[in-house]
Design a protein around this ligand. Sequence first.
Ligand code: DAK
Length: 261
Amino acid sequence: MVFKDNYTNIKIKIIERVILITLNRPSALNALSSGLIDDLNHALKVAEKNSNISVIVITGSSKAFAAGADIKEMIAKSFSDLIDNDFIKPWEKLSLCKKPTIAAVDGYALGGGCELAMMCDLLIANENTKFGQPEINLGVFPAAGGTQRLPRAVGKAKAMDMVLSGRMMGAEEAEKLGLVSRIISSDNFIENVIEIAKEISEKSLPSLIMAKDAINSSYETSLSQGIIYERRLFRSAFSLEDQKEGMSAFIEKRKAKFKNS
Ligand code: DAK
């Protein structure tokens, strides 16, 4: 399986071991139409299988990461349409991706756009970013994980505030609350995010995958079960050549050269 030469709704660029996926529906502020999600999922699937790629960065434009699900596509749907065809299900592919993912968020990240960003492992925001779950203004409420991931990130009080009032939250507040991993200033925003991604991509890929898996499991299990799972994964890391290389490099005072095996 290979990347398409031309996607309709995204652009891709490979920089060393990093893939940059840019959501590209400028006329609709990157509203997440089913066509866009199909393109995103295709690129994600290829990137996940491609052994030359370690880190996936998803970004939008300086005006909008994504302004949510496509309201024009959604308006005519009925209850039974949603029962027959859960059109949000395909969005979950991102949250199931085993490789590290980074949302590089600039401009509006609203509704499904905010939810998509929250599915990523790191959320790096430009200082101008505005997060929000404004679905309440449309007579509905967040349903692509917003009522679940947002309170886990920012706490119940702030999640209730955002979801019930539909107000937007700036990057600074979002970083203070733990929704955002890092804020990067506007100058050379995406280049700086790529540098962070490149730095991560130089680590051992199997260890990155296990570390991500261990952290995600902390949301699904009790502390004692999570600690047992962490320890099992840690033991497996000792079957990697990369573990010997990483520790030898430390002792020999040189930079580790991981083989991802
Ligand atoms: N969908 C479709 N088109 C959109 C859009 C959206 N979400 N957001 C913006 N656009 C389009 C506008 O209609 C406009 O198109 P034209 O009128 O030029 O054809 C163009 O993008 C530029 O937008 P504006 O003219 O409005 O630009 P402004 O700078 O004035 O305002 C804005 C920017 C981001 C504040 C504004 O566009 C806005 O409020 N957008 C809507 C934000 C929003 O309400 N987002 C939530 C969408 S609902 C589900 C699970 C989850 C979901 C659904 C189902 N299930 C489990 C079934 C998720 C739902 C959502 O995300």
